[in-house]
Every structure is written in structure tokens, then in C-alpha cells.
Design a protein around this ligand. Structure first.
Ligand SMILES: *Cc1c(COP(=O)(O)O)cnc(C)c1O
Length: 363
């Protein structure tokens, strides 16, 4: 028994997990179906074209029961033979680098300071300077710092080199800002359900190129749960590899319908762009600085420096009293920055309301 009513939808601006719409939550209450049943096949087949539209690909979209880190592991296990170059500009790209090492492969790091992006020239230089690598790992929208890297440009730099795969964490970009696996030539791009897709945590989506599949087929030690080859084969036949999180699939089906009703993924990008612009204008007019520079800011998470002497903890506490949640800074930036996760199903109107509360607290 709780004395408090559940918080209303639309006030939970954590940069993941984000708020889940009541209709999506309600979809999860449907009865179970067998994972080898024709109902399951229908469910997966029905979602397939919508997933392709969402992920801007003609390839099979893989849906796995795992948090996003599982598909990060899939990327490394199936895409890296001996050595990878990891672009590191925050906590999640650091995780990608650690995963390379944890799977027993060699990792060459290209580090930039928190709040910065790796620019195409820096990547070209690093690829020329170092021994040949099998793959480059990149985080598109680095949720810990709010930096959006130019993945299209970084991918074309990688394509200047022979047989190097582009492995992309698109966890807070896909469904919130343009991600084009086919057009940009990404060999593996993945996301998780609880960020810009605004689903409960527990699912990951991924898209692998033909090059990536070929690489995987020749690689030993791919493991079983995250074996790309069997995952792709099962998915192409609309079958799950193992028992999937059935209620989360119901939620995904519902959310794909909602995305379609909004006008498709492009309409969703525009809404996120509008939220980003609103946050930028608000900050500019009040002399509040962003951690990332202009042009390299995520469409889904704004990382703002607090004015001198203000504490993130106090601000978050005051907002919580009023029923609103935002994120503190990440790691070393915990007290000096805040992160507003304007992603998923949030709106400019709700963001406005939130920003005026932040303003009142900072006054
Ligand atoms: C949240 C996040 C992850 C990790 O996701 P999990 O679902 O917790 O495994 C990875 N990368 C980025 C950019 C993220 O924002």
C-alpha cells in the first residue's frame, strides 16, 4: 500500500529510463503466448516492416531480450577479430572500450575530454597512426555528456580504410534523431528500449550489415546468447532465439503503432529537434552554458552546467518535491551539471513547464 498516487505521465525526464505512456504500459497486460507459437510468429512478422521503417533499414531488425549493453557485447563479439579502436568521450563509450578488453581483444583508445566529440580528422589520424584494426566503436549520442557525434562523417572516414567495421551505439539517438544504418554504412547499430523509444527497459534493437555477418561467420568465440549468425537466421524467419520478454514485445508493438500515428520516425525526429532547440534557447537567454559546444548537442539529452555555487543535488531534490525528475551529471560532473532527458514521448509543452520550475529554483 502506498500513500502516494503514482506520478502522472510526462514529468519523468531522466535520461533513461524515460517515461512510458500509459497505453504502452497497458499493452503489457495481455496474456502470454508460446514463443514457438504461430501467434508469436505473427507478432514478430507484423512488427518487422515497422521496425525497418523505424531503423531506416532494408535489413532485418534484430530484437533481443537484453539491456542495450547486451547488444554492445554482440557488436564486439561478432565484429572484432583481434583489435578495435574505441572512440572514448564519456561513460558509455568507455563501456564499449572496456567490453573490447573484457572479450579478450586488444583495444586502442582515442580519448577526448568530457563534453567533446571526436572529429573526422582526429579519427583518420588515429587510424593511420596505429596498427590496423578490425573495427571502430563509437557512441552516437553520449548520454553522460550530451554530446552528439557526427557518425555519418566518422563512418565515411572508416570506409577509407580496408576491412574496418563501424560499430555504433545509437542508444539515445535512434528514434530521437536521424540514424541511417544503410545510408551511412554502419556495420552494426543498436539501441535499447528505455531511451528514445520510451519503452520499459529490457529490449535491445540492432541492425547488422552483410559485411558484419560475414565477419561474424568466420569468428570463433561468438558465444551463444549474442551469436549474431543464429540471431539473424531466427529473426529472418520471425522466430525468437530463446524465450523473449513477451510483455515487452506487446509494448513494442503498441509503441510502433503510436510512432506510426505520430507520422513516423521523421515526425518523431522533428519533435525531438524542437525540444532540443527549446532547451538551447532557454539556456542561451539565461546565460546557462551547455557542456558540449553548439552543433554537437544531442537531440535527446541536454547537459547543462549549473551556475557557480549551485548544487545539482539540491536542484534535483527541489524538483522531486514538485513531482518532476531530471538527471544529475554523470561521474565527475555529478554536482556541477544536470542532464535533462527530453526524449521518447515528451513534448515541448512539458519541457517548458519543467524549465520554468528549474528557473524558479535557480533564481
Ligand atoms: C543507457 C545507455 C547504454 C546502456 O544501456 P543499458 O540498457 O543500461 O545496457 C549504453 N549506451 C548509451 C549511450 C546509453 O545511454
Amino acid at each position: 500500500m502506498t500513500a502516494h498516487p503514482p506520478p502522472a505521465f510526462g514529468k519523468f525526464f531522466l535520461p533513461g529510463p524515460t517515461d512510458v505512456h500509459p497505453d504502452v504500459l497497458a499493452a503489457m497486460l495481455r496474456p502470454m503466448i508460446g514463443h514457438r507459437s504461430s501467434r508469436m510468429e505473427e507478432l514478430l512478422a507484423g512488427m518487422a516492416p515497422r521496425l525497418q521503417a523505424l531503423c531506416r533499414t532494408r535489413r532485418t531488425v534484430l530484437v533481443g531480450t537484453t539491456s542495450a549493453t547486451g547488444f554492445m557485447e554482440m557488436a564486439v563479439r561478432n565484429g572484432v577479430r583481434h583489435r578495435a579502436l574505441a572512440v572514448v568521450n564519456g561513460a558509455f563509450s568507455e563501456r564499449f572500450a572496456k567490453l573490447v578488453v573484457a572479450t579478450g581483444k586488444e583495444c586502442i583508445r582515442l580519448d577526448v575530454p568530457l563534453g567533446a566529440a571526436v572529429e573526422p580528422d582526429m579519427l583518420r589520424d588515429a587510424l593511420k597512426r596505429n596498427p590496423p584494426v578490425d573495427a571502430v566503436t563509437v557512441v552516437h549520442s553520449e548520454t553522460s555528456t550530451g554530446v552528439l557525434q557526427d557518425v555519418a562523417a566518422l563512418a565515411s572516414v572508416v570506409h577509407e580504410f580496408d576491412d574496418v567495421l563501424v560499430l555504433v551505439d545509437a542508444v539515445t539517438s535512434l528514434a530521437g534523431s536521424p540514424v541511417e544504418p544503410d545510408r551511412w554504412g554502419l556495420d552494426f547499430a543498436f539501441t535499447g528500449s528505455q531511451k528514445a523509444l520510451a519503452l520499459p527497459p529490457g529490449l535491445a534493437l540492432g541492425v547488422a550489415s552483410e559485411r558484419m555477418l560475414q565477419r561474424a561467420r568466420a569468428l570463433p568465440g561468438r558465444g551463444l546468447y549474442f551469436d549474431l549468425v543464429s540471431f539473424e537466421q531466427a529473426s529472418a524467419k520471425f522466430q525468437p532465439t530463446n524465450t523473449p520478454a513477451v510483455p515487452l514485445l506487446y509494448a513494442l508493438e503498441q509503441q510502433l503503432e503510436r510512432i506510426e500515428r505520430e507520422g513516423g520516425v521523421e515526425a518523431r525526429w522533428r519533435r525531438h529537434d524542437a525540444m532540443r532547440q527549446r532547451a538551447e534557447r532557454w539556456a542561451r537567454e539565461r546565460g546557462i552554458e551547455y557542456l558540449p559546444c553548439e552543433g554537437r548537442r544531442s537531440w535527446t539529452v541536454s547537459c547543462l552546467r549549473l551556475p557557480e555555487g549551485r548544487s545539482a543535488k539540491e536542484l534535483l531534490g527541489a524538483l522531486k518535491q514538485q513531482g518532476w525528475v531530471i538527471g544529475a551529471g554523470y561521474g565527475a560532473l555529478k554536482e556541477s551539471t544536470i542532464r535533462v532527458g527530453h526524449m521518447g514521448d515528451h513534448t515541448v509543452a512539458a519541457l517548458d513547464e519543467l524549465l520554468s520550475l528549474v528557473e524558479a529554483q535557480l533564481a
